[in-house]
Design a protein around this ligand. Structure first.
Ligand code: AOF
Ligand code: ZN
Length: 370
């Protein structure tokens, strides 16, 4: 049973399993990044004998790796899993079967799996074989990190995170001035971490032209975790000399183009190694729901939208933002600034605050769909 009746030890180990699951966010393809701990208690207190996170690429799953590490020590132990163990014969045999075969006595699970091959069946298999099962321990916390997988499974589109950096007076930049410093180094590091954990990052062509961003993750040691970069650019205005196009052979770049986009421009970008994706447009607006469906079909589960005001407004207006992350700096920009599409004093209805933090001198506010 969830809630206060769950022993503190279960909550503590599940929290550790959830932290572990974060390690492969953005690296497991269409499979969720699941964390698993095998814990035994021989009377002198619990200790971890196996730990694993879903492998890069999505397989093997977390449980089988953790069981392998535990070996014989798994017999009579408790397994903590951030997602219901799978029950299907996919490319690997069911994890529920592996837990049973290794003699695990108890399974503590967090989030439920909407995959119809698994949903409820993993727990049922375990119970049938006499394994004690406790469900929904820190389910919300686990689901928070599984948001991409859960959204893609249930809505057939990626989970969309809108990130905005705001000055103290609610501006996101200055027209004609390219990138203007709004937040500090610590906040910048957080943004790059968000990029590392996302499958894809998207901006509108206005931002691509004005800021000439790279949209890569440049945290030392995490450079290889840059996500797929996407530019909404119906008329293919992105210059071949832009940072985005110049780096397209190192970090994939997808540019969305209307069917009637100029053929010569197509050739220039394709020569630079840019991938082009056809999009539909209505009244001059890219059809975002259809685009998101296409991205989900390409295996994208999490999409970070980084600007600018117009693109952010389009996603918000269509109700396609699942997570709203505001980094608020301490300096003011003044009347020349571009107004933020979101006023921290008037968060759009339907969102609730998930957390509030400080990164250096900057305030961080995160909202999720209620
Ligand atoms: C687990 N542990 O670590 C993960 C699970 O294509 P397959 O065979 O790899 O199966 C994919 C499904 O497995 C996926 O939809 C989800 O239900 C589950 N992912 N399950 O027991 C794991 N990553
Ligand atoms: Zn599995």
């Amino acid at each position: 049973m969830p809630g206060a009746s769950v022993p503190e030890t279960d909550r503590r180990f599940m929290a550790a399993a959830i932290r572990l699951s974060r390690r492969h966010l953005g690296l497991t393809g269409t499979n969720p990044s699941v964390g698993c701990l095998i814990v035994r208690d021989d009377g002198a207190g619990p200790f971890i004998v196996g730990r694993a996170v879903t492998a890069i690429g999505g397989r093997p799953h977390a449980e089988t790796q953790a069981l392998e590490e535990a070996g014989e020590a798994a017999r009579g132990a408790t397994a903590y899993v951030t997602l219901e163990p799978c029950a299907h014969h996919g490319r690997t045999p069911p994890c529920a079967e592996a837990l049973i075969a290794c003699g695990v006595a108890r399974v503590v699970g967090a989030a439920s799996d909407p995959d119809p091959r698994v949903s409820g069946k993993g727990y049922a298999m375990l119970r049938t074989m006499g394994v004690e099962v406790v469900e929904k321990v820190l389910a919300e916390e686990a689901a928070d990190l599984l948001g991409g997988y859960l959204t893609r499974s249930m809505k057939k589109r990626p989970e969309v995170t809108l990130k905005l950096a705001l000055s103290a007076d609610g501006k996101i930049g200055v027209k004609g001035q390219g990138q203007v410093p709004i937040t500090g180094e610590v906040a910048r590091g957080q943004v790059h971490l968000m990029r590392a954990e996302a499958d894809a990052i998207l901006v509108g062509i206005g931002t691509a032209l004005a800021d000439d961003p790279a949209l890569t993750c440049r945290l030392p040691g995490l450079e290889a975790r840059s996500p797929l970069r996407i530019v909404l650019d119906r008329h293919l205005r992105l210059p071949a000399g832009s940072q985005l196009a110049r780096s397209a052979r190192d970090v994939p770049l997808l540019v969305t183009a209307a069917g009637d986009a100029d053929r010569a421009r197509r050739a220039v970008l394709a020569d630079a190694g840019v991938h082009l994706l056809g999009v539909e447009a209505f009244d001059g607006h890219i059809a975002l729901p259809e685009l998101l469906e296409d991205l989900a079909a390409r295996g994208i589960s999490t999409l970070m939208v980084e600007g600018g005001a117009f693109t952010a407004g389009e996603f918000l207006g269509e109700g396609l933002v699942d997570r709203l992350c505001l980094f608020i700096g301490s300096r003011e920009i003044g009347a020349a600034g571009i107004a933020s599409p979101v006023d921290p004093g008037h968060i759009p209805s339907g969102f609730r605050k998930r957390c509030e933090a400080r990164f250096g001198n900057d305030l961080y506010l995160e909202y999720v769909r209620a």
